[in-house]
Each structure stands twice: as structure tokens, then as C-alpha cells.
Design a protein around this ligand. Sequence first.
Ligand SMILES: C[S@@+](CC[C@H](N)C(=O)[O-])C[C@H]1O[C@@H](n2cnc3c(N)ncnc32)[C@H](O)[C@@H]1O
Length: 179
Amino acid sequence: MSAVNQAEIIFGSVRAGQYPGAFPPQVEKIITKLIGADRPVLHLFSGGSEIGDVRVDINPNSNATHKVDAFEFLKSAESRRPWKWVIGDPDYCDEQAKRMGRPGGFSSQQFAGNVEKENIISDFMAKWTDNILWLDRRMPRFNKVFARKKVWLIRTWGWHNVRVLQWLSRVARPLEVFA
Ligand SMILES: C[S@@+](CC[C@H](N)C(=O)[O-])C[C@H]1O[C@@H](n2cnc3c(N)ncnc32)[C@H](O)[C@@H]1O
């Protein structure tokens, strides 16, 4: 169930994205090819990206369709519907956000290691999406709801460590959805 079906290592000529923290172009290509014509697509922490029908980012200078706190958005009726894909490239902590110098200079509220917030995302995913694409190592936990389909290890130029793109696909509906 939790076995990775495929892994791919991409390194050498991978450029960083438009700003530190943006999707590298190669990651954008992988994502757009994979989601293809599937709809609807929700993109959380979407930054400058234009991937996804509904994009959520707290930064007013972002290309989000909803410039709000993702955790507030996830409480809204608009978020609570079936998604084919949910994409996420979240922030990790205030300090890291500052170092990465995102446009607008916004910093997240502490996210990685904030179990309450991580659980909000996990619970949402378990109920509402068929597939997840998540960039970087820290990843929501799931109880037998998703199987890990593929992992890409991407070494970009610059100071990032190896970046990790993970694809999880639904294998079971949580019981409350059938109730
Ligand atoms: C690593 S960047 C994502 C970059 C994106 N992949 C791109 O290609 O531009 C993380 C994003 O999370 C956003 N963010 C941080 N905290 C947030 C929150 N609580 N709600 C919504 N967006 C948030 C930041 O504004 C930032 O754009």
C-alpha cells in the first residue's frame, strides 16, 4: 500500500524557478503533464504559479485566485468539494520564508511541525481529493487513504537541497464520505 511504484532522479541542468522557492520549470512541466486535462485542480500555497483552477496564497502579489490564508480557505464551503488534484508547495517556517525572500516579503505562520495545521491539511486531503502533488520533504500523513505513486528527486542549481516532488493517489474513501 505505501510502496513507491516509481522514482525518478532529475539533476544536472535543472534551473531554479523565477524566484527562490518558486517551482523550477522542470517541476512545472512534470505537474502540468501529469494533471493534463483533469479538473478541478486546487493549488494551495501557489505563489507565482498559474497552475490550477483555484489557487490560494496569502501574498497579495501572488498569482492566486484567492489571496487568503490557506487554513481559512480550507474551512470554506468553496474548498469542500471533490478535487481531482490538490497541489501544494508550502512554506515551512517564518525564518526560512524570510531567507527565501519571496515577493511581497510575506512570511507564513509557522507551518512545518505545527501539528494542528498539518492535521487540517491531512483531514482535508483525506476527504476531498483523488490525487496529491506535494513539493518537498515534509508531507501530510495519511492512514491508508492514499498510495504513493511516484517520487521525483530534483537537484536544482543554487542552494536548495534535493527537492522532492511526491504524487499520492487515492486508494480508499474515508468512511465518513460514505455515511
Ligand atoms: C514555496 S512558496 C510556493 C511557490 C510556488 N510553488 C511558485 O511556483 O511560485 C510558498 C507560498 O506559500 C505562501 N503562504 C505562506 N503561508 C501561507 C498561508 N498561511 N496561506 C496561504 N499561502 C501561504 C507564500 O506566500 C508563498 O507564496
